[in-house]
Design a binder for this molecule. Structure first.
Ligand code: NAP
Length: 469
């Protein structure tokens, strides 16, 4: 696996990073394991104060951290600054709430004074993608640092500078060496790490292909895993929706981060009374997009992350059209060495078109016309994925009723899809399992150890447990 930064705006090689050898991996795991054993006996507070320092560090170094992201994977600088800000917010959230969230819970029981204690499980292996290089790491690192689980991570091979910068930022903030270690390693080495006895959990964000492989390895080694995979989220415009509000949101919901977001609105499902007006507005808005240098504030569309990502998207669009989709807008080549892809709108995608079940990871909108709200819900659920979703409805209560009927992990009504530290993030179906962030995220890799104490010894077995063991 070659770890290298190729600037997506110029396609010039910026830097190649040598792989870590097995001796380095061994040293890393042994350091992390030692920390885990030390942390087991330390109060949570000793780590949450360090998360505050991590948050402060990210805030204080926003500009330099953001530039690394832009050069590594091409996102617009303003979006990169936003990513650094959400990282600071996540660290802050677990600094503020981690201790309280990890308090023992009392259980009413006839067995005695029962409580569920929250202990760390040990070191975790993370495998993370390039689209939000810091945010994906922070979502797992911050809660697990509070818990007392060190993390080691394999980041995407095209964002090595971000991988290294995150490790450096956390270390500079004062977090002990071994708490959060970047590994430039091959897939085979990832397998070996997962199998290592000192690893007690695996968290992956990425494609279904990688998820199946890594989760299978975790399963073979009896390690718990969480998977944050792809999505083809529905954006439903209900019959009673206010289209003026919808139009303010729709373009960004698809084009943010050049459309490379697992929870982008990829399928616009529009009730027929709004369809023509919505489509016309989306075309107009896509036509106003200004592609260009992601470092330039005037740019509104960044390049895709790699040449192969652009080629893959182009092949998907070509295939969709070959199978009968109507090209409503875009799909024209952009004459520039960067990986630009013109915002594109496809309609008339029938169920037998492969595009119907495919995630388009870039600035391509699928737009569907449906008769009514019931048909919109049915179409939204006719998907292999279930990650996020957006519903616009004139009556928010009605919007919430629609949201509840969508088979997905998270839905936002009358607003953008967003992520915040307190909101658990994750999906169902092929979008994965488990949650990151919020109170659910901090509990994914926790040993909820049951301790039952009797003030007086209770040794009458038959009467205590009714004979059940
Ligand atoms: P990907 O190819 O699966 O890569 C993700 C990570 O997995 C990278 O670090 C990659 O390393 C690694 N990887 C791939 N195959 C592996 C294997 N056999 N063994 C060990 N590691 C392996 O994902 P992608 O296509 O670049 O990323 C986009 C996908 O991620 C989309 O489907 C998107 O929706 C999803 N995503 C989901 C979320 C979420 O929270 N649900 C968030 C962001 C993205 P290399 O780079 O070295 O191959």
């Amino acid at each position: 696996m070659a770890y290298k930064t190729i600037n997506p705006y110029t396609n010039e090689l910026v830097k190649t990073y040598p792989n870590h050898d097995d001796a380095y991996v061994e040293k890393t795991l042994s350091k992390a394991d030692a920390l885990y054993h030390q942390w087991r006996n330390q109060p949570v507070k000793e780590r949450t104060v360090l998360l505050q320092a991590v948050s402060d560090y990210f805030t204080a170094h926003t500009d330099e951290l953001a530039k690394v992201l832009t050069i590594d994977m091409g996102k617009r600088l303003s979006e990169a600054k936003g990513e650094v800000a959400i990282c600071a917010a996540i660290a802050q959230y677990y600094a503020d709430h981690g201790e309280e969230m990890l308090q023992p819970q009392t259980i009413k029981s006839s067995a005695g004074e029962a409580r569920e204690e929250k202990h760390p499980v040990g070191t975790l292996m993370m495998v993370e993608p390039w689209n939000f290089p810091y945010y994906q790491l922070m979502r797992v690192f911050a809660p697990n640092f509070a818990v007392g689980n060190p993390v080691v991570y394999k980041h995407a091979s095209n964002t090595p500078a971000s991988a290294a910068a995150f490790e450096e930022a956390v270390r500079n903030a004062g977090v002990p060496d071994g708490s959060c270690t970047n590994l430039f390693i091959s897939y085979d080495q990832v397998s070996n790490v997962i199998a290592d006895k000192r690893i007690h959990g695996v968290a992956l964000t990425g494609s279904e292909r990688a998820g199946k492989k890594v989760a299978a390895e975790a399963g073979q080694n009896l390690k718990k895993s969480t998977l944050e995979l792809g999505g083809s989220d529905a954006f439903i415009v209900a019959e009673d929706a206010n289209l003026e509000e919808v139009n303010k949101v729709a373009t960004s919901a698809r084009l943010y981060n050049a459309g490379q977001v697992c929870t982008s609105s990829k399928r616009f499902i529009i009730t027929e009374n709004h369809y023509d007006e919505f489509l016309a507005a989306l075309k107009k808005s896509f036509a106003q997009v200004k592609w260009g240098d992601p470092m330039d504030d005037a740019t509104t569309l960044a390049p895709l992350c790699t040449v192969s990502a652009k080629e893959k998207l182009q092949a998907q669009v070509d295939d969709a059209i070959a199978n009968g989709a109507t090209l409503e807008y875009g799909n024209q080549p952009i004459d520039h060495p960067g990986n630009f892809f013109e915002p594109t709108i496809l309609t008339n995608i029938t169920r037998d078109n492969p595009a119907y079940f495919t995630e388009f990871f870039g600035p391509v909108a699928q737009v569907y016309k449906v008769k009514d709200d019931a048909a919109a819900i049915k179409l939204a659920n006719d998907s292999d994925y279930g990650l996020g979703g957006v519903v616009f409805a004139g009556n928010p209560k009605h919007g919430a009723e629609i949201a509840s009927q969508i088979e997905t992990g998270q839905v936002f009504v009358n607003t953008y899809f967003g992520t915040l530290p307190e909101l658990p993030f994750g999906g169902v179906k092929n979008s994965g399992y488990g949650r990151e962030l919020g109170h659910l995220g901090i509990n994914e890799f926790v040993n909820n150890e049951l301790v039952v104490v009797n003030p007086e010894p209770k040794v009458d077995f038959e009467n205590t447990f009714g004979g059940f063991v």
